[in-house]
Design a protein around this ligand. Structure first.
Ligand SMILES: Nc1ncnc2c1ncn2[C@@H]1O[C@H](COP(=O)(O)OP(=O)(O)OP(=O)(O)O)[C@@H](O)[C@H]1O
Length: 255
């Protein structure tokens, strides 16, 4: 069997007496697009924080391509090929779009955020930066200060920076939050193109996005995975329907 790109084994996280993640085990194959859904407060962000190293598990392990990463700091995990975007935009607003992406590229080349070095002329860096901008349909805005971008483009830039690091496992946290329908369609298109051949783990509230994009969906309820299956199976799963009906209106795509 192929080694999973990401493997969670009996993962638990408690804050004081509150058990937030409860014995989660999940294997995600290389190249898979995996969505994590669940009602508000189910523990989706906490799970992302455990995977990306912001939180240390109370018990259990996270492995990236077979190597245990739980307990490592986020930057070490990033160096091993896992990159994560945040719900809140993480871009440098006083830099241009190109400079933002270049930072991500430099980071991936082990240069860190080496602003003081004359690397603007480094061909490989320039080329990679341009490739990422093209991938994310941002070339025409390359010289625009990030602060002046419309909201949807700022989120696209966030995704560009996340993939610029060259990671092959990408975690996206609610990438279409706050977007209009047309912006969401554009973002889904971008995510599909930008993560081609990579492993994607996405947390998203927009069920249309999830059912459109994901190869497999895991449903997290009160910190437990109650189902993990392709979208067609999730749609008809009685436990999933009940979990959603118990908490909020059944999303249209599942109705
Ligand atoms: N650092 C923390 N300390 C204590 N409790 C926390 C901490 N982080 C998260 N929690 C609690 O864990 C639970 C799950 O939160 P989390 O943000 O992971 O849920 P979520 O599924 O991402 O929710 P949403 O869909 O609303 O973003 C919540 O009850 C939250 O209050």
């Amino acid at each position: 069997m192929t080694t999973p790109a990401l493997s969670l084994k009996n993962l638990n996280k408690s804050f004081g007496p509150a058990k937030i993640i409860n014995d989660v085990s999940l294997d995600i194959a290389p190249g898979e697009r995996h969505a994590i859904i669940g009602p508000n407060g189910a523990g989706k962000s906490t799970l992302f924080n455990l995977i990306s190293g912001l939180y240390t598990p109370t018990s259990g392990t996270v492995a990236l391509h077979g190597r245990t990463i739980s307990g490592m700091p986020p930057h070490e995990i990033n160096k091993l090929g896992l990159s994560r975007s945040f719900q809140v935009s993480n871009i440098f607003t006083n830099m241009t779009v190109r400079e933002n992406v270049r930072c991500g590229v430099l980071h991936s080349m082990g240069q860190g955020y080496a602003f003081w070095k004359n690397i603007g002329s480094n061909k490989a860096v320039q080329q990679k930066t341009w490739e990422v901008l093209e991938h994310c349909a941002l070339t025409d805005k390359a010289n625009v200060p990030a602060a002046l971008l419309p909201y949807a483009d700022q989120r696209a830039l966030e995704i560009a920076i996340t993939i610029a690091g060259g990671a092959d496992v990408i975690l996206l946290d609610e990438p279409t939050a706050g977007m209009s329908h047309s912006e969401t369609d554009r973002a889904v298109d971008l995510i599909r193109r930008a993560t081609e051949g990579k492993t994607l783990v996405i947390v998203e509230h927009d069920m249309g996005v999830i059912f459109d994009l994901a190869d497999r969906i895991s449903v997290l309820v009160y910190g437990e995975i109650i189902a993990s299956a392709p979208p067609s199976e999730i749609r008809g799963d009685p436990a999933v329907r009940e979990a959603y009906l118990g908490d909020e209106e059944l999303p249209e795509v599942m109705a």
